[in-house]
Structures are given as structure tokens and as C-alpha cells.
Design a protein around this ligand. Structure first.
Ligand code: 5RP
Length: 239
């Protein structure tokens, strides 16, 4: 029997570091950049310290990321102070082969969608467990106005989904915008664009965590054999 070379297995945390560092290549010097939220983005923010003096600053998608950026001395701008951002770098809970995503596991989906909409290019950073054939296995986060939670849950039930209010310490979790979240299981989102359009119109929905209209143009995927770059500029995957 031949000796086989040992396969280096990187932990999920190491894969996140790998893509966080790789994302520095997409930072445009002299610009204000969009920065997302989550454990993968935290790795990117750590790496961004090395480019602190090369950028004007950041627009952040959450209070948590704002604190981390400011702690590193990176100026954080209000999104209303900026017309357009060259790039937005953020993680995902699921991403498919077209660059469509589920986001909001870290409860920041509304601000994430706002900053993504303001950006010319969305660079998604994720470990390989996030790449899926179709969206919907991850419980879909939906930020809602509390008085509409029951009715919206019924509307999801009509689509075959089960909605639960996200709780923390026995209380509904409140987002940075003071609203609550539903996490919806049991959905198979075959047409993310149509699904996002439909749910966004339901009264009381603030933001649905399907990012199809604000999809990724690039995904840096952390794999045990290194960073795989997926490009979806024309809607199809190129590796
Ligand atoms: C936060 C998000 C995050 O991007 C998503 O939850 C992925 O997080 P992580 O990098 O921690 O896996 O959408 O609202």
C-alpha cells in the first residue's frame, strides 16, 4: 500500500481567517468600504488593520462591527454621508452557485442589505460549508415589526414554512433597529429573486434575509485546499 500524504485539515475558524485575509485584495485604496457583520467579517476587520492608512474609512452594517472598526482607529461613516461604495465585504449563512445568499444569522440583515445596495460590488467571504445547491436549509431570518409577527408567520405557513421568534435570555432578540426576528424553517427557495420580491411586500416585513437582488458578485470560499474564488458577474459561476 502506498503512503498517502497527510491532508492538512483546517478548522472552520482557520478557514474564516484565510478568506478574511484574502478579502484585503478587494479593498480599494483611497475609498470608503462597506463592512458587514459576523465571525468571518471579524477576521477581515482584524486583517484590515494592516490597511488602516490606505482607506478613508468604512460604512458598517452593525453596531458590533462599528465598535471593532473604531477600536482599530478606522473611521466609520454614516451611510447617508456616502453616495456609493466601491465594495462591500460580508459573510453569508448560505450561498448558491449564482451568488444568491441567505443572511441574517447575526441579526444584522437590514443594515447589511442597505450597505450592499449602496455598493458596486459585493464580495462574500465564507467557509466551504456555506456553499449550497439551493437556499433554504438554514433557518431564514426575517426582521419584522412586532405587531405583524403572527400574520407574517401565517403567511410563511402557507408557503410550507414554520416561523419562530428569535429569543435571547427568554426575551425576543431586538435588532440594532429595535425590531424582532423570525427564523423560518422548512422552506425550499427555488427562485430567490421572486421569493425576495414576494416576502418584501408583506406588510410588517422590514427585511427578508434572502439576498438575491443584492447578490454577491464574488465569493471567496475557504476550503481545505485554499481559497476558491467564485465569480458570478453575469449570473453564472466561474471558478
Ligand atoms: C449577519 C450575517 C453574517 O454574515 C452571517 O450570519 C455569517 O456569519 P458568520 O461569518 O459568523 O458565519 O448575515 O447578520
Amino acid at each position: 500500500m502506498k503512503n498517502q500524504a497527510p491532508v492538512a485539515t483546517l478548522s472552520q475558524d482557520q478557514l474564516k481567517t484565510l478568506v478574511g485575509v484574502a478579502a484585503l485584495a478587494y479593498v480599494v485604496p483611497g475609498e470608503i468600504i462597506g463592512v458587514g457583520t459576523g465571525s468571518t467579517v471579524n477576521k477581515f476587520i482584524e486583517a484590515l488593520a494592516s490597511m488602516r492608512d490606505d482607506i478613508k474609512g468604512a460604512v458598517s452594517s452593525s453596531l458590533a462591527s462599528t465598535e471593532r472598526l473604531q477600536a482599530l482607529g478606522i473611521p466609520v461613516f454614516d451611510s447617508n454621508e456616502v453616495d456609493e461604495l466601491a465594495v462591500y465585504i460580508d459573510g453569508a449563512d448560505e450561498i448558491d452557485a449564482r451568488g444568491y445568499m441567505i443572511k441574517g444569522g447575526g441579526a444584522a440583515l437590514t443594515r447589511e442589505k442597505i450597505v450592499a445596495a449602496q455598493s458596486r460590488r459585493f464580495v462574500c467571504i465564507a467557509d466551504e460549508s456555506k456553499l449550497v445547491p439551493s437556499l433554504g436549509r438554514y433557518p431564514l431570518p426575517v426582521e419584522v415589526i412586532p405587531m405583524a409577527a403572527r400574520r407574517i408567520s401565517q403567511q410563511f405557513a402557507e408557503l410550507g414554512g414554520q416561523a419562530r421568534v428569535r429569543m435571547v435570555g427568554g426575551q425576543p432578540l431586538l435588532t440594532d433597529n429595535g425590531q424582532i426576528l423570525l427564523d423560518v424553517t422548512g422552506l425550499d427557495i427555488v427562485d430567490p429573486l421572486a421569493f425576495e420580491t414576494l416576502v418584501s411586500q408583506w406588510p410588517g416585513v422590514v427585511t427578508v434575509g434572502v439576498f438575491a437582488h443584492q447578490k454577491a458578485q464574488v465569493c471567496l470560499l475557504g476550503t481545505t485546499s485554499g481559497v476558491r474564488t467564485l465569480a458570478f458577474d453575469d449570473g453564472s459561476l466561474k471558478t
